[in-house]
Ligand binder design. Sequence first.
Ligand code: COA
Length: 319
Amino acid sequence: MSFSILSTGRALPKTVLTNEELCSFVDTTDEWIRSRTGIGQRHICMEESLTDLAAEAARRAMASAGVGAGDLDLILCATISSDYITPSHAGTVQEAIGASCPAFDVSAACPGFLFALDVADGYFARGRAKRILVIAAEAMSRLMDWRDRSTCVLFGDGAGAVVLGPGEGLRSLSIRTQGRTNVLYVPAARGNLPGRAQGPESYAVMDGQEVFKFAVTAMCRGLRGSIRDAGLSEADIDWVLPHQANMRIIEFAMSKMKIPPERFLINIERLANTSAACIPILLDESREQGKLKKGDLLAMCAFGAGLTSASAVIRWEID
Ligand code: COA
């Protein structure tokens, strides 16, 4: 395999929206949200642009790796909530951090970070890059209908970043898409075509129970598949980084996998579902907390709109 993670970084918006605060304008309760999802609060972009967040996460990862903007060969951004439809989010971050390498986005919803790692794998395998910056950044708050209690309570905003270099850290990686639009989608914003009514409002629409069913299967199959592809057994895994969509989905995976629950890394109570940013934020927090030791084997898995899912096993190579 082709790369190792050299460093991590993250950034969160200043504004925290607690369940109690949400209850002042949405017909819900802290008890309902906590018991159905495990979420207690989320950060939302009130002042920051998504580029601000992503650039901050990127700068932290680059400083930690001792990598300057001129050292980067490629910038990949996983996002579905960019500041612009065009240029790409990777392009606006490139400008913000003063880089000049090629930069483009990967749109694969919540597993987008793992899809971006798969693209990076190809660049390293072809010898096209020595340093790649992968960022996952989401302002999910922009995609929510804040009158729809079945979706708006679930998501939060944030950004995570990693710098990758050639190495043997990546042990297995698999990405999947099954074309199913109707269970989770955000319609595109429309222009004002002459003589036509304005298009639909652009908010996330979700069939929560269908997504739930897909998620529990995708999580267990993905983790098992990637562990097997890496030539490992579940007992070998030091840490699981599951997508932070719903604590009940994570608990289902805990009950089915032969990996002790305390090895599952979780921050959903504080951050909610930050879509593609969940896993790199979790990585950076866990590194900062001193949990990750050189040589640890990390299993990652995420699922989302598409329907997409992805999983990976990565050996932690940072001292
Ligand atoms: N507060 C209070 N009540 C709510 C509510 C809220 N925020 N959201 C929904 N409800 C109500 C519903 O209106 C429904 O009421 P009714 O029975 O009177 O019609 C009731 O709660 C049960 O709704 P239901 O959809 O059956 O709840 P659920 O147990 O399936 O939980 C989700 C809903 C969304 C939490 C759950 O389906 C889920 O997590 N799905 C996966 C979503 C996900 O992970 N999305 C991101 C993928 S990346």
